[in-house]
Design a protein. Structure first.
Length: 597
C-alpha cells in the first residue's frame, strides 16, 4: 500500500502496528514543517494516540499556544503533534478549531477507536473500504493503495453512465460514491469513527456553511474585513520549512494571491511563480501574466504543453487521477506542478475556490438576475442585464429565466427532467446499458431562490470538490503540496454573508475581490471583462492525427464492452474546446484510460 503512493511522500516511510496486531497505520512523508525525525509519522502521543495524517494545519501555532496554556507539552515543531494534542484535549470537537486541509486517522488505545476526518471542502482525499464479513476497515489517500491491499477494482457503471452522458464525476446525492464498487469517499466536512470492539462504522458531518446569514456592513467595512481574512489566510499558508511559490494564470485570483504575498513577505529573493502559456491560442494569458510579473519583479517560469506530450502522458495522468475528469485542463495544471518540481519549489499557493465563493463564473449571472427579479428589484435587474452585455458576459437570457425567478422549484424539476432525457436518449449509448444503470435519485438539481443557493450547491455539494481532487492528484504526482488561501473556512463563511451585489455588480463578477485589490494590481487585471478558466487548446489537440487514433481506439473498447453502440465507430470526430458542453469524445477517451478498459 505504501509503495503504491510513494509519490505522495518521497521523504520517508513509517509503519506502526498495535500489540494485538488488529490495527496498522502506514505513512509516506512529504516533509514540509519540521523536517527532522521528530516530525515523522505514524506519530505517537501520550502513549495513547497514534496518527497517520496527510495535509497541513495552517493555524497550528495559534492552537499550540492555547494548548500549552492548558498544560500540554510538545517534543517537535510539527503541526502533526499539535493535531494530536488538540484531539487529546477536545476530542472530535478539535475539528472546529482547525484551519487546514487534512485527511487523518487517529487510533485511541484506551477507547479502542479509530477517529478519521476530512477537511471542510475536500482538499485532501480519504478513501475507504469496509468488509462487513471480516469487520475490516481499510483506508488510504488514493484508491491504488486499496487495490494494493487486495480490494477488487470493479467499475461502478452507474457513475460511468452519468459521466458519459452528462459529464458528472460525482453523485450530488451521495458523495460517498466513487467510480469503483465497494470503495467509498469520506465526504468533506465529515468524520468517521470506527469502534474496534463493536465493529461499527459511524460517519457524521461536523461542519456546514450557513448560506442564510447576511451582513449589513458598508462596502468599506466589507472590503476591510475581506482583506483581513484573505491576508491572514495567505500568511498562514506561507508557513513552511521548504521553498514556496505560486501558480500564476494571469487571472484575478492567482494575481491577488501573488500581490498579497508581495505585501506580507519581505523578500530577500524574488517570488517564484509558475504558469502554463499557449502562444497563438485565443485564450492564452501570457500578456496578463507578464503584467503581474513586471509589477512585482517576479521570477516566472512557464511551460507550454502540447498534444504530443498529452498523448505520451495520458496514461500517467489517468493513473494519478484514478477517476475520469472532464477536460484536458487537468493536464495543463499537471505540467505547472511538474514545473515547480523542476525548480525545487515544494509548496505552491493557488487561487482555486474564489470563483465558487464569490460567483466568478459568468453562469452565476443567471441566478443573480433571477434573485433580483424574485425580490422585486426590476430596475436593478434591468441595469445589471445591460451592464453584463456591455462587459461581454456570455449570457443567454429570456422568458424562461423570468419564469425561473418566480418558480424555482418548478425550474429545478424541469432541469432534472432535461438531465434524465440526456442520459436515457444519448444516441451513442446502448439503450440496454443506459436502462440498466440509470439511477433517478442521483439526478438532482437544487432549488435556487437566491444566488447563495447555487453557490452553496457548488461549494458544498457538487463542483468544488472535483476541482480539489484534480489539484491534489496533479500536485502529489510530483510530490508537491498545493495550498488554497480562498478556502479558509472563515473567509468562505464571510463571503457567503455578503449581499449578492458584493459578488456581482455593474457587470463584474467577484466584485468585492476586485474592489479589495484595486490599488494593488494593474487595472486591466482587476477589471478584466473576459473569464478564462485555465484553458488549453483542447480543440486543436483533439485534431492531432495520433489523438484521433487514440479516441477511436477508446470508442472501440467501449463498443466491445457493450456500453456504446457500434454506430459510434463511423461518426466523425467532434472536437470540442475544454469547457464546451457534450464533450463526448474526451469522455470516451478519459473513461477508457482511467477505468482500465
Amino acid at each position: 500500500m505504501l509503495h503504491s503512493i510513494a509519490h505522495r511522500g518521497p521523504d520517508g516511510e513509517g509503519i506502526w502496528l498495535n500489540n494485538e496486531g488488529t490495527v496498522g497505520l502506514g505513512h509516506r512523508r512529504l516533509s514540509i514543517i519540521d523536517l527532522s525525525a521528530t516530525g515523522a509519522q505514524p506519530m505517537r502521543y501520550l502513549e495513547r494516540y497514534t496518527i497517520t495524517y496527510n495535509g497541513e494545519i495552517y493555524n497550528y501555532r495559534e492552537i499550540k499556544d492555547t494548548l500549552i496554556k492548558r498544560g500540554f507539552s510538545f517534543s517537535s515543531t510539527s503541526d502533526t503533534e499539535v493535531l494530536m494534542a488538540a484531539n487529546a484535549c477536545y476530542g472530535k470537537e478539535c475539528l472546529q478549531y482547525l484551519d487546514g486541509m487534512f485527511a487523518f486517522a487517529i487510533w485511541d488505545e484506551v477507547l479502542q477507536t479509530l477517529f478519521c476526518a476530512r477537511d471542510r471542502f475536500g482538499e485532501k482525499p480519504f478513501y475507504f473500504h469496509y468488509d462487513e464479513a471480516q469487520h475490516a476497515l481499510v483506508f488510504a489517500s488514493e484508491m491504488k493503495a486499496l487495490w494494493a491491499a487486495g480490494i477488487h477494482r470493479k467499475t461502478d457503471n452507474e457513475m460511468l453512465l452519468r459521466y458519459l452522458s452528462l459529464g458528472w464525476v460525482q453523485n450530488p446525492t451521495n458523495k460517498q460514491q466513487t467510480f469503483y464498487q465497494d470503495i467509498y469517499s469520506l465526504p468533506p466536512a465529515h468524520y468517521l469513527l470506527f469502534n474496534l470492539q463493536k465493529r461499527a462504522v459511524q460517519i457524521e458531518r461536523y461542519w456546514d456553511l450557513d448560506k442564510q446569514v447576511q451582513s449589513d456592513q458598508s462596502t468599506e467595512n466589507l472590503k476591510e474585513n475581506f482583506l483581513h481574512l484573505l491576508s491572514t489566510s495567505v500568511q498562514r499558508r506561507l508557513r513552511s520549512d521548504v521553498a514556496i511559490g505560486s501558480s500564476l494564470s494571469g487571472g484575478l485570483d492567482s494575481s491577488a494571491i501573488v500581490s498579497l504575498i508581495n505585501k506580507l513577505v519581505a523578500h530577500t529573493e524574488k517570488q517564484q511563480t509558475f504558469s502554463a502559456v499557449f502562444p497563438g491560442f485565443a485564450k492564452d494569458e501570457s500578456e496578463h501574466i507578464k503584467e503581474v510579473v513586471q509589477q512585482y519583479h517576479l521570477d516566472n517560469f512557464t511551460v507550454t504543453p502540447t498534444a504530443e506530450e498529452l498523448i505520451v502522458d495520458l496514461d500517467k495522468i489517468a493513473s494519478h487521477q484514478e477517476e475520469p475528469f472532464p477536460s484536458s485542463s487537468i493536464y495543463a495544471q499537471y505540467r505547472v506542478y511538474q514545473l515547480a518540481k523542476q525548480h525545487g519549489v515544494t509548496v505552491i499557493l493557488d487561487g482555486q475556490g474564489a470563483d465558487e465563493i464569490l460567483a466568478g463564473y459568468h453562469k452565476y449571472y443567471h441566478w443573480f438576475l433571477q434573485q433580483l427579479i424574485a425580490n422585486g428589484e426590476w430596475n436593478k435587474a434591468k441595469k445589471e442585464l445591460h451592464a453584463a452585455k456591455q462587459n461581454e458576459v456570455q449570457l443567454q437570457w429570456g422568458k424562461r429565466n423570468y419564469l425561473a425567478a418566480y418558480l424555482p422549484g418548478f425550474t429545478a424539476r424541469q432541469l432534472e427532467i432535461k438531465s434524465i432525457k440526456q442520459t436515457l436518449r444519448n444516441r451513442d449509448l446502448k439503450p440496454s446499458f443506459a436502462k440498466k444503470y440509470f439511477n433517478r435519485s442521483a439526478i438532482y438539481k437544487p432549488v435556487v431562490g437566491q444566488l447563495n443557493d447555487m453557490l452553496y450547491f457548488n461549494v458544498m455539494e457538487f463542483g468544488l470538490e472535483e476541482l480539489l481532487r484534480y489539484a491534489d492528484r496533479n500536485s502529489m504526482a510530483h510530490s508537491r503540496e498545493v495550498r488554497l488561501p480562498f478556502l479558509n473556512h472563515e473567509l468562505v463563511q464571510f463571503a457567503f454573508s455578503t449581499p449578492a451585489t458584493a459578488k456581482i455588480y455593474n457587470g463584474f463578477t467577484k466584485h468585492l475581490l476586485r474592489l479589495t485589490v484595486d490599488n494593488h494590481l494593474p487595472k486591466d487585471i482587476v477589471w478584466r471583462k473576459d473569464k478564462v478558466g485555465f484553458e488549453p487548446p483542447q480543440q486543436q489537440w483533439m485534431q492531432h492525427p495520433t489523438m484521433k487514433d487514440v479516441v477511436q481506439d477508446a470508442r472501440k473498447k467501449l463498443v466491445d464492452a457493450d456500453i456504446l453502440n457500434r454506430s459510434v465507430l463511423t461518426k466523425p470526430m467532434d472536437n470540442k474546446a475544454a469547457h464546451d458542453e457534450n464533450n463526448f469524445d474526451w469522455r470516451y477517451l478519459c473513461a477508457v484510460h482511467t477505468l482500465g478498459f
